[in-house]
Design a binder for this molecule. Structure first.
Ligand code: PPS
Length: 382
């Protein structure tokens, strides 16, 4: 801004004009030196003000243009960001393989034990008796089990953590001991068979099955219990399981109700669908099927078969089990301590009318047959 004053002019009239000019021009100080140095009076001052206004208008125009340009640049940047975000989301969904394991062994405890990947996995079925089977296998001195469900092959966020993470969830074992984990969610998880096979194509799999209709009711009961605990709303089982179907397009009395094939708990009971997927990655003889109902009736024979399958010396004894009449189930005895499964196992099932249950059984019959064909044995299910 030019502010230097080179001449004040002469005479009173000039002085008055100068004062007015300075007063008017004061907000436009940058032109003050021009008006004063060549001072003829007020006219020039007004001209100076107009010129400043023109300058201001053009400055505003430039400001608007500059803002527009800035907006364009920002928009371009936003597009680049969105494209990058879309690309990273797509690659996350594509789920690249997890990081490779650093080595086979990890931290060695002072007693020489090491965390190892499981040699056997109980893959399901949910509510089939997986906890009972795991705890019973744990009676064997050559077996160590992961206490909690790991959910490695069925949950992407865990799978992305890699094999080192998975191994770190395992118990410490001595050489020659077998590590076993159980996650019933593996059985029906579409990617679990392939992932388990990638980890170790020789891993032994145990599948404990139970009447799929009973399993469904037990599954619903578990979900209902969780919802009640969290004070969440719930629907009766019959509402979830049966669809209203207007067969003749008539009034209410012509309604019939059919099984909803989309109900999640029902889908988990279509054993052949899931078993087929496991067979695409593992030979049949690598999957040992345990009869869940037989395990409830009398655990020992089922445990003996599991020992054989796992090539373990026979160490589990009938004396490791006793029937607890209060619980209504067998409990375990080991080194003088007894242990029953917690109250989440063997809860009274949610109500379902006999009619609906029969409908469910009819629906499952064909699916069960397909499962029997795949496993090469039959079960006395409804
Ligand atoms: N010994 C013993 N004690 C208690 N419960 C036993 C036992 N053996 C098998 N079961 C049956 O196990 C059913 C629960 O199955 P899971 O452990 O696979 O359930 S879960 O998927 O892990 O939630 C559970 O199902 P529900 O009776 O429907 O609750 C039990 O019937």
């Amino acid at each position: 801004m030019r502010t230097k004053i080179t001449s004040f002019g002469s005479g009173d009239s000039k002085g008055v004009s100068l004062c007015v000019c300075v007063y008017v021009c004061l907000p436009h100080l940058s032109c003050l030196s021009v008006s004063v140095s060549t001072f003829p009076g007020l006219t020039e001052c007004i001209l100076c003000v107009r010129e400043r206004e023109r300058e201001r208008d053009s400055a505003m125009l430039w400001t608007v243009l500059f803002a527009l340009l800035l907006l364009l640049i920002l928009q371009a940047q936003l597009c680049v960001c969105l494209r990058e975000l879309r690309a990273s989301t797509a690659s996350a969904l594509a789920l690249p393989p997890p990081p490779p394991p650093s080595s086979q062994a990890t931290t060695t405890a002072t007693n020489g034990t090491v965390q190892r990947l499981p040699g056997a996995i109980i893959i399901g079925v949910r509510k089939g008796g997986t906890r009972a089977l795991l705890e019973m296998l744990n009676l064997h001195p050559d077996v160590e089990v992961a206490k909690a469900e790991v959910h490695y092959f069925n949950l992407d966020e865990n799978y992305q953590r890699g094999l080192d993470w998975y191994r770190a969830q395992m118990p410490f074992t001595l050489p020659g001991q077998l590590t076993v984990e159980k996650t019933p969610g593996y059985f029906a998880a579409p990617l679990a068979p392939e992932r388990a096979c990638q980890m170790n194509p020789a891993v032994r799999l145990l599948l404990i099955v139970r009447d799929p209709a009973e399993r469904l009711v037990s599954d619903y009961t578990q979900v209902l219990h969780n919802r009640l605990q969290r004070h969440k709303p719930y629907q009766p089982l019959e509402e979830l399981l049966l669809l209203d179907d207007d067969i003749n397009g008539g009034g209410n009395d012509r309604h019939t109700r059919r099984i909803d094939p989309g109900y999640k708990a029902l889908q988990r009971s279509l054993y052949h669908v899931h078993f087929q997927r496991w067979l695409e990655h593992f030979p049949r003889e690598q999957i040992h099927v345990v009869d869940g109902e037989a395990l409830v009736r009398d655990p020992y024979p089922e445990l003996r078969k599991a020992e054989l399958f796992l090539e373990l010396p026979p160490r589990i004894r009938p004396s490791n089990f006793y029937f607890n009449a209060t619980k209504g189930f067998y409990c375990l005895v080991s080194a003088g301590h007894d242990k029953c499964l917690d109250e989440s196992k063997g809860r009274p099932h949610a109500p379902l009318s006999q009619r609906a249950f029969r409908k469910l059984c009819r629906f499952l019959r064909e699916h069960n047959k397909r499962f029997f064909d795949l496993v090469g044995r039959t079960f006395r299910w409804c």
